[in-house]
Design a protein around this ligand. Structure first.
Ligand SMILES: [Zn+2]
Ligand SMILES: [Zn+2]
Length: 161
């Protein structure tokens, strides 16, 4: 995902990359993603402003039941590139021998990571795995005693006579 900006002047340069395979680093295992990115690079004095859209198909694994599932992510992003870093370290450095290449990959990966939930679940009411036997509780109960009290019974137990 490299954009050559050697000829960039007043008119922004458009870019479009289709279905690029990326690995998104995450604790517990990288996430494989097929990513399409489009947008433009505009020059503003010594900095280069990138504006674009990321459309990603993520191959996720549920943190609770470990089931594999696909999820689509669509987001807009903006980043600033420069050949020198600013004080706050917010610029992404240009690549290439003469600093005329915008490498979109770190920006795309960073923006996808920012938009991942803390906990990845296959559905909001995923029941997870039985901690005793590993059975997927979404497919029904395994019969293990897990010290779990049905909330309805809990209410009854709390009744004072
Ligand atoms: Zn799940
Ligand atoms: Zn069980």
């Amino acid at each position: 995902m490299l954009v050559d900006i050697a000829k960039l002047a007043l008119v922004p340069i458009d870019f479009a990359f289709e279905k690029v395979s990326l690995s998104i680093p995450r604790d517990g295992g990288d996430i494989e993603a097929i990513v399409s990115v489009k947008g433009e690079v505009a020059k503003d004095n010594n900095i280069y402003k990138v504006k674009g859209n990321i459309s990603a198909e993520l191959s996720l694994k549920c943190d609770l039941c470990l089931k594999a599932f696909e999820q689509h992510l669509d987001l807009d992003f903006e980043e600033i590139y420069s050949d020198t870093q600013d004080e706050d370290g917010e610029y992404i450095l240009l690549s290439g021998l003469d600093n005329k290449i915008v490498d979109l990959k770190p920006a795309v990966i960073g923006n996808i990571i920012l938009n991942l939930p803390m906990r990845i679940v296959c559905s909001q009411d995923c029941k997870g795995l039985c901690p005793k036997c590993g059975h997927d509780l979404n497919e029904g109960d395994c019969g293990c005693e897990r010290g779990y009290i049905n909330p309805q019974f809990e209410q009854l137990l709390g009744l004072k006579f």
